[in-house]
Design a protein around this ligand. Sequence first.
Ligand code: PHE
Length: 344
Amino acid sequence: MTQKEFQTQINDLLKQARQDQAPDWQVKYLGKKGLFKQLSATIKDISDKKAAGQLLNQLKKDLEMLATQKSQAGTPTQESIDYTLPASDEPIGHLHPISQATEKIVSIFAELGFVRVRHPELDDDENVFGRLNMSPGHPARDEWETFFVAHPGKPGKNKIRWVMTPHTSNGQVHEMMRLRQPPIRMINITRTYRRQQDVTHTQMFHQFEGLMVDRDVNITHLKGVLDYFAREFYGPGTKSRIRPFHFQFTEPSFEIDFSCHLCGGTGKLPNGDKCKFCKSGWHEVGGAGMVHPNVLTACGLDPQEYSGFAFGWGIERTYTLQDHIQIDDIRDFYNGNLKFLQQF
Ligand code: PHE
């Protein structure tokens, strides 16, 4: 082979190598049995070995440079990132709607000096009913579809009857017995349990209970607190209404309604249609009353000296009223369905 022919072969090889996109490029050109090695072997047929060696050295350098360029250009990350695309949406969690409502309720009552407490969800029947003026066997107990818990307890006549709290009113008893000394202003929020399950009831739900005990506390204080809550939770213009009712542990007792903030409490929408959300202008929410003297006495306070009011109702309902939501099945709050929960 002449020097010229050798030169041509080198040029051809370099040209081919530049255009070649073979995935095994490195092996094909620079591998042990690669094209460079094959061409180098032909040097034995060349007369001017020195000049040929220099050409081969240069070829090797060029091939190595090409190899580096090709490996960089071929890095998949460089090709696949398009910086102009919108960022991918990572899912961000949020508080459960009932936790959102709980936080809001706590902060509203905190403004009035009510301190959040939490009393047991599994409690002595005596705190849930007995000290609330419902002695064993009292028919009023039937209203609270209670779960009783089988528990061996201590032998003897002081055996405790455990119940899953069907309301948060046991918190009144715990707070009065714990503090002994008014003024008391508490807001007790816990899970509550009742033996009922359908589209509007869950066996586990949440209640909050307010209690204020001091000297000279009267119904106007209760009404003022309810109005304040209605305004703060549902917006300006929302009013509360109390209607006579009966609870064993309050006297007098009331049911509480809030005016419908969708129709402004009129029952009619601005276009004259009947408000479908409330029908009558009001929503019934819960119970309230002045703490019964028997309850004050059972909890160690003198009813001649102190008086108080209490109220309590469900958080689920409080929450859904807020956004005019009508939930088809209230159990959806607790069945872990993210598609449902992400809406709130
Ligand atoms: N505990 C009552 C209920 O579950 C509500 C209530 C609380 C009524 C406080 C009066 C005073 O229905």
